[in-house]
Design a protein around this ligand. Structure first.
Ligand code: 5GP
Length: 193
């Protein structure tokens, strides 16, 4: 998606450890116009899959997930990383190792919001080694929900997340594909349009 690639070129900062910082449009300050355009693109890509629910993990997946759900006209559910007083019973849970924070988190979704009738589109901000998406896939499997696809804003194709998703036979669509982060520069895999 050219709009997104241009924005990454303009505002992305390469940090040590193969991390791309994009906190002025995605991970801290959020650009709603760009989110809207990304939501439109995800909705177009998955328009034939009869999606009933968009699933993501808090917090950075929420913005693109909401804009996708808006255009597919389906609810958006985000897995929570911290148990709260109002989220205690009847949970699907999975353990996810965080790429950027280097800690494991338990993520949870209430059983009320996901079931075997659902056709799920998983959305997340980044795909690195695939742990966040695998946690959501695990939760969908527990709920016996059907996973129709995974939509990622920024995929780092040099890491192994895409292999894990392919091993599950799940369709993956990424709006920007980064082949390398070299000498402070972002190298894109190809122009996606
Ligand atoms: P994975 O679980 O695929 O290893 O990593 C994906 C998660 O880690 C994303 O939800 C995102 O929060 C975070 N992440 C992974 N790589 C990056 C990166 O290069 N930049 C930022 N900002 N977050 C990342």
């Amino acid at each position: 998606m050219k709009l997104l690639e241009d924005r990454i070129k303009k505002d992305g900062q390469v940090l040590p450890g193969d991390v791309l910082k994009v906190d002025n449009f995605l991970n801290h300050q959020v650009d709603p116009d760009l989110m809207f355009a990304m939501g439109e693109e995800f909705a177009r890509l998955f328009q034939d899959e009869k999606i009933t629910k968009v699933l993501t993990v808090e917090s950075s997946g929420i913005a693109p997930a909401i804009l996708t759900g808006l255009q597919l006209h389906v609810p958006v559910v985000f897995a929570r990383k911290h148990k709260s007083l109002t989220l205690v019973n009847d949970l699907y849970t999975s353990t996810v190792y965080s790429y950027t924070k280097k800690v494991s988190n338990e993520i949870s979704i209430s059983k009320r919001f996901l079931d075997a009738d659902d056709r799920v589109l998983i959305i997340d901000d980044f795909l690195a080694n695939g742990q966040a998406v695998m946690g959501l896939i695990d939760i969908c499997e527990q709920a016996q929900a059907k996973i129709e696809g995974v939509g990622i804003v920024i995929e780092k194709t040099f890491q192994r997340g895409h292999e894990l998703i392919a091993e599950h036979g799940i369709r993956l669509e990424s709006l920007a594909k980064i082949a390398a982060l070299e000498d402070g520069k972002v190298v894109f895999e190809k122009q996606n349009n």
